[in-house]
Design a protein around this ligand. Structure first.
Ligand SMILES: [Zn+2]
Ligand SMILES: [Zn+2]
Length: 391
């Protein structure tokens, strides 16, 4: 039996255990940073399969690195396993988590004497804070030569890209007075927020098409008869190009500064959340994955869709050649982050897709480990993209 058949056989052998783990994570949803059950379950299984496990990597208690083999090209499968408050696994991270585990175990079983290191990298807290941003910052991906993961969706798109993204909080400090008896003595912090929105809405006409600026008012005063002395708004600013995003951020901040001057209030600016980089999908890896997904028996109908969201895998793609394909688990449109999507991520059909993807990622890894020329092409494409596109 060749190594490719060995991967197929290993996935078949482990099928019921993999299903069981994905179901267990689905029925024990844990929000970002608290994924103790999921990370224990996955690392315990990986240890049983001969992986060496490091828990708490990157300073995140529910992150892990589980590796098999120790020399040569290093292939990493990223697993996510955090859930949403109240909604549970409405983003399907139970499927992402176990697809990564399946890929690692299947590829390890076929490695034989081939040089190479295979890792399953447990990347927690994707929904809240982008755990991968911390893992990249702390160097967890530094010695990974190629990283891949998948996300379940309603249509299949292999070459997924994304928008770079920054989060800001603008807090206006003014002066409270009675809103009717002596309003002229006040400085209205809420007006600072409102003028910020107006300024940004005027700015939109002069921004490139891929830019998104969206915000909410988080504090707007306490009573209509009191001039608010404090008001605040949260904004997310996105663009495809990180350098252009930096320019847009300056323009948005200028809107808030102008609003503070106009209203006589004092502006406090806080960068909240983590900056996400735009995803740079490695074409060589994406083509290999697409071919492998067909070989795993998944009936692929792939289309390219420009990514309009932001993902923390974007930051990984800046330090390691990476892919983040989206693979359909349904042919209906079901909105993500809903109870409907949560239910969808716990069906036999979705678990079958998870295993096909696990097998396809293992096949992709094997093709890369067997072929030095492919490794070179992957690195060359990454280096060229780094020079051209990355900050
Ligand atoms: Zn999500
Ligand atoms: Zn997700």
């Amino acid at each position: 039996m060749d190594e490719f058949a060995a991967i197929h056989q290993k996935i078949a052998e482990e099928k019921s255990k993999l299903f069981e783990m994905a179901q267990a994570i689905h029925s024990n949803p844990e929000v970002g940073g608290q994924e103790i059950f999921a990370s224990d379950l996955m690392t315990g299984y990986l240890e049983e399969k001969g992986f060496k496990v490091w828990r708490g990597v990157g300073g995140l208690k529910t992150a892990f690195m589980a590796s098999y083999g120790d020399e040569g090209f290093h292939v990493g499968f990223c697993s996510e396993y955090d859930a949403l408050p109240e909604i549970g696994h409405g983003c399907g991270h139970n499927l992402i988590g176990i697809a990564g585990v399946a890929a690692g175990v299947a590829l390890a079983s076929s490695l034989g004497n081939l040089p190479g290191r295979i890792s399953v990298i447990g990347t927690p807290n994707e929904e809240n804070e982008g755990g991968k941003v911390d893992l990249v910052r702390t160097g967890v991906f530094d010695d990974v030569d190629a990283a891949m993961m998948f996300h379940p969706g309603c249509s299949t798109s292999i070459n997924v890209d994304s928008l770079a993204c920054r989060d800001y909080r603008f807090i206006f400090h003014g002066r409270s007075v009675h809103a009717s008896t002596e309003p002229w003595e006040g400085q209205n912090a809420l007006d600072g927020v409102i003028q910020t929105f107006n300024g940004i809405n005027a700015l939109r006409q002069y921004l490139k098409d891929d830019v998104r600026v969206h915000g909410i008012i988080t504090e707007g005063g306490l009573a209509p008869n009191v001039v608010p002395d404090r008001a605040a708004a949260d904004f997310i600013i996105r663009a495809r190009d990180s350098n252009y995003l930096a320019e847009v951020v300056e323009k948005v901040i200028a809107c808030a500064r102008g609003a503070a001057i106009a209203t006589g209030t004092i502006l406090e600016i806080k960068e909240s959340g983590y900056p996400y980089d735009a995803m740079v999908s490695n074409r060589v890896m994406a083509d290999l994955f697409e071919e492998s997904l067909k070989e795993s028996g998944y009936n692929i109908d792939s289309s390219y869709e420009e990514g309009r969201g932001s993902i923390d895998m974007g930051n990984v793609s800046r330090v390691t050649p990476s892919i983040h394909p989206v693979v359909a688990i349904t042919d209906q449109w079901v909105p993500g982050h809903t109870h409907e999507f949560t239910a969808l991520c716990n069906t036999a059909e979705s678990y079958d897709v998870m295993l096909s993807v696990g097998e396809a990622m293992a096949l992709t890894g094997l093709k890369i480990l067997k072929d030095k020329n492919l490794q070179k092409k992957i690195i060359e494409e990454f280096s060229a993209a780094t020079k051209k596109n990355l900050k």
